[in-house]
Each structure stands twice: as C-alpha cells, then as structure tokens.
Design a protein around this ligand. Structure first.
Ligand SMILES: Nc1ncnc2c1ncn2[C@@H]1O[C@H](COP(=O)(O)OP(=O)(O)OP(=O)(O)O)[C@@H](O)[C@H]1O
Ligand SMILES: [Mg+2]
Length: 510
C-alpha cells in the first residue's frame, strides 16, 4: 500500500511519521540496552543479564540455563528473542532479549561478537520515572549482589614484592575457598553475634556513613595467642559478607608510596588484612619520625649512615624496608584510604601490648576483638564441628567435668581440635581424651601460676563468679574507648613518655 501511494523518496519519512504517531498513542515506552555500546561493553547489559538470572520475581516459560566451571549453582537467562515479565513495586515491565546477526560491513577496531545482542525494556509511560531511576538502580544493585554470591571470593597477595604482573597489577589473586564461617568458629556466642551485627551494620550502612560524613570503612584488631582463630575469623568475615581479601605482606612493601599504590589498586567490598602486625615489620615511631622530617636533619642519625638519602615522601630514610608507622596510619586513615569504599581493615597480633599506642588509639581500629583460649561455649561448638555432638550427646557428668576444667586448661581451639581430629573415629574416646588433656593442662597451669604471681588479667585463667564472667565478656568485645585496652594504652603511653627522651629511641620496634 505504502509503495503505491507514496513515491520512494517520501516513504522513509512517512514511515517514520507513522511510527511517531503510533508511539504517541502507545501507552509504552521502550529502552534499548545493547551489549556493546560503541566501543565499550555496556555495564548495564551484563547487570540485566545477571539480574534476570535471579529467580524470585521472574516469570517466563523459556529460559536458557548455564553453569560456569567451578561454580556451584545454575543460572538461567532469557533465550534468544524471548521475553519475560518482571514486577517492581507494583510496576510491570517486560524484558525482551534480542539477538540479531551483525552486519559484516560494520567496521570496528576490535573484533566484535558475531551477533548483536541487547535487551529491550518495555514499560508503561506513566511508570517511566520509577523505571529510569529506582528500577534500574535496583537491577544494578541486585546484579552486584548476585555476582558476589556466585563468584568465588578472591584472595589477593602482594607477595611478588614491588613487581607488577603482565597487566600492571601489584596484587596477585587466587580463588579463595576457606571453609571457615561464623557457624564453625568456636567462640562465645554473644561475642560472635556482636561481631556479626557489627559487620552487617557496616555493610548496610552506606547512608549512615554518608550522613555522618565518615569514610565508609571499619577497622578490626584481632589479638590473642596463636591458634585461637584469628585467621579463621578473617575468613569467616569474608565468607559472611562476600568480600574479597587482600592479604598485605608488609615485609614485601618497601616504601610508603608503594603502600599507597597497593591501596589504590584494591577494590571496594574488600577486607584488607595485615597479619602479625607486631612482627611483620619494624615501624618507626610516628612522633619521632615527624620530628626528623621537619627538622631536616634526619640523615644525621647513626642508623642512616649507610642508607641512601631520603627521597620522595618523608620517612623513607632508613633503607630496605622503609615503611613507617606514619605511612601505615595514612594507609588506614588518610585521604587515600577513601579511594573506593566499603572497606574493612583487619590487623592481627599475638602481642597487643607491643603495639604502638598510635595504632590502638580510639577511632583508629573501631573494634578490638580478643580471641581467647577456648571457653566452655567455644568447646561445645568444637564438639559439634568435629564430632557432630550436640550438648545432650555427651554424658551429663562428663559435660560438667569438661566445664569445670576448660577455663583452667587454657587450651586454644587449635589445640582442642587437634585432640578431636585425632580421635574422630571413636567419639566417646575423643571426649574422654580431651577431658584428660584438659585436666593435665589445668594442673600444669595451676603449678605455673603458683610459681609466677597469679596473673588474673591473663585471659580466662581464673573465672569463678558471675562478676568475673561479666567483666570478661566486656573485655572480649569492646570498643577501644573502654576497658582493658585503655589501661593498656595508658601504660604504653606512660612507657613511651619515659622512653621518649632517649636519643636512641628514634627507631621504635613494634
Ligand atoms: N575459634 C576457632 N574456631 C574454630 N577453629 C579454630 C578456632 N581457632 C583455631 N581453630 C583451628 O585451628 C587452626 C588454626 O587457627 P588460626 O590459623 O585461625 O589461628 P590464628 O589465631 O590465626 O593463629 P596465629 O596467631 O598463629 O596466626 C585453624 O585451622 C582452625 O581449624
Ligand atoms: Mg593466623
């Protein structure tokens, strides 16, 4: 008909016009989301694809299923040229997946896929506002969430020293598959719950951090004897939040600026870990370091005679490893720590008393978590983990005896799990042997404490009354502002003040 009425020149224009009129009366508007827009991959396309693979609100009768290598779940998506309906806050939208063969004439700088793929989103015109703002945001957010859940977490390390890989990245990554979770972590349930709530608050606290003008990051200091689950805790945190881990090897970092570069190359939603912060490096005291920087006479120190002269940022003057405490604090606190967001810093140490007070000061590390010797509650979790025993699976009398001796024994969860693993074929024997081991350890500690003054501050060494228990709970999870840490801090400060005048105290070994 058209060809008959209109001359060919006019046909195109007319078609367009008719199209317009149709559009005018149509109740719908359409959005194209193509896979490749111009040169770049369209982030939104991938997000939509992922989003549509989440099951909840989706209805469609033809879907394509996929399962990635090493992935633990099946995802599904729209088959070619199929459509489905999604509802969001009562708004109905239609998604259509369009696949067309690509024009072979199109010239392109880089090889493009054979097919042109894209989604068409159809929505009622009256819903335009909601769709363009909240719905698409929702899709993006949901997609990110799915991506994090499906993907294996990554563990990054900087073990290559300063050298970069082929793509210029300072971090090396491996899939992170640590099975530790908060469920398997043996520690007091209340303390555990408190940490979990804290983590969740953090992860969902974007608006709070925005409103209060704080950088969206949080610091945890894990301290306690070896084998009490500090590393396990970090893995549990990562698994819980679905964050990647950056394991920062401070001994491989040579300068403050290198440290900063590493930080800049970390992604958001990650946990940045420095293990054994007390012994991974000799940190120069910040106060003295500042003095030496401003005084301009930093190279007169006897330490620095053989080292190259200072270059670049301050505090790089003592050769070899020249990370300074100030560099480290800048790393966690300074402006650079806010490139990217939603980051958690975790430091671990076996000797909190050796740490520089500047690190412990309130606000620096938001939460100090004491990983202690196994308590009775922790023991029960271990029994469950290793033997599959619930509380009533163990004879009541034995359970009571265990409860009696566990505190005095001062055994770490690692020690206990060793006993349990060794005997896991014979569960009852395992429990009895554990009881025996705990007794022996308790006896030994008893003698030990008699010889060396009874140190009541020593973890769970002595705990009898409810009062003690309360006090301990407070000590276990606490903000740095209160409790034991504060005393510790004060003590440290005092010590420092006394020692501060020593000329040779320039280099402070943490
Ligand atoms: N609280 C715990 N809950 C469950 N398992 C634990 C716990 N603590 C230790 N373990 C077990 O002991 C092993 C060693 O624990 P982990 O590496 O977490 O200790 P750590 O505190 O990091 O020690 P270090 O100070 O030497 O680094 C882990 O593989 C884990 O199986
Ligand atoms: Mg560890």
């Amino acid at each position: 008909l058209l060809t008959a009425v209109f001359p060919p020149e006019l046909r195109y224009v007319t078609l367009k016009f008719i199209h317009r009129i149709c559009n005018w009366f149509s109740a719908y508007c359409y959005y194209d989301i193509t896979e490749i827009d111009g040169v770049n991959t369209n982030e939104l396309y991938n997000a939509v694809q992922l989003y549509l693979s989440s099951s909840a609100s989706i209805t469609g009768n033809r879907l394509s299923l996929t399962r990635g290598l090493n992935s633990s779940n099946i995802t599904f998506g729209l088959s070619n040229n199929d459509s489905l309906i999604d509802t969001f806050n009562g708004v109905k939208v239609l998604w259509e997946h369009i696949v067309t063969p690509r024009n072979s004439q199109t010239f392109s700088w880089r090889p493009l896929p054979e097919e042109k793929r894209g989604f068409i989103l159809r929505a009622k015109k009256k819903d335009k506002g909601i769709v363009l703002t909240s719905y698409l945001d929702f899709v993006m957010e949901k997609a990110n969430e799915i991506r994090r859940k499906n993907q294996d977490r990554l563990l990054y390390t900087n073990s290559r020293g300063g050298s970069l890989d082929s793509r210029g990245r300072p971090w090396e990554s491996v899939p992170f598959k640590h099975p530790s979770t908060f469920a398997t972590l043996a520690m007091d349930p209340e303390k555990k719950a408190e940490i979990m709530v804290d983590l969740l608050d953090f992860a969902s606290g974007e608006s709070f951090y925005q409103r209060t003008g704080r950088a969206w990051k949080r610091g945890y200091l894990l301290y306690g004897p070896p084998g009490t689950g500090k590393s396990s805790m970090i893995a549990a945190m990562a698994n819980y939040l679905g964050y990647d881990i950056y394991d920062l090897e401070l001994t491989e970092v040579h300068t403050n600026s290198e440290l900063r570069k590493l930080l800049m190359k970390t992604s958001s939603k990650s946990i940045i870990v420095i293990e054994d912060i007390d012994c991974s490096i000799n940190l120069t005291n910040r106060k003295n370091n500042n003095n030496s920087c401003s005084g301009g006479s930093s190279n007169n120190n006897s330490y620095n005679v053989s080292s190259p002269p200072a270059q670049g940022s301050g505090g790089e003057e003592n050769g070899g490893n020249t990370i300074t405490l100030s560099g480290l604090l800048n790393f966690t606190d300074g402006l650079w720590s806010c490139c990217g967001s939603e980051r958690i810093f975790v430091f671990t140490t076996n000797h909190i008393e050796k740490l520089d007070p500047a690190l412990l000061r309130s606000g620096r590390m938001d939460m100090h978590i004491h990983m202690s010797y196994s308590s009775f509650a922790a023991l029960k979790i271990l029994l469950k983990n290793y033997l599959g025993y619930d509380e009533d699976d163990v004879e009541k009398k034995i359970l009571e005896q265990l409860e009696d001796v566990i505190e005095k024994a001062e055994m770490t969860p690692a020690d206990i799990s060793e006993v349990l693993i060794k005997n896991r074929r014979n569960k009852d024997k395992a429990v009895l042997e554990l009881l025996e081991t705990l007794r022996i350890r308790g006896e030994r500690n008893h003698h030990h404490h008699h010889h060396h003054h009874n140190n009541s501050n020593n973890n769970n060494a002595v705990k009898s009354s409810v009062e003690d228990e309360e006090q301990e709970k407070r000590a276990l999870v606490e903000s740095p502002k209160e409790g034991v840490d504060d005393q510790l801090l004060e003590a440290k400060c005092d010590m420092e003040e006394k020692g501060g005048h020593d000329a040779n105290d320039d280099e402070k070994v943490l």
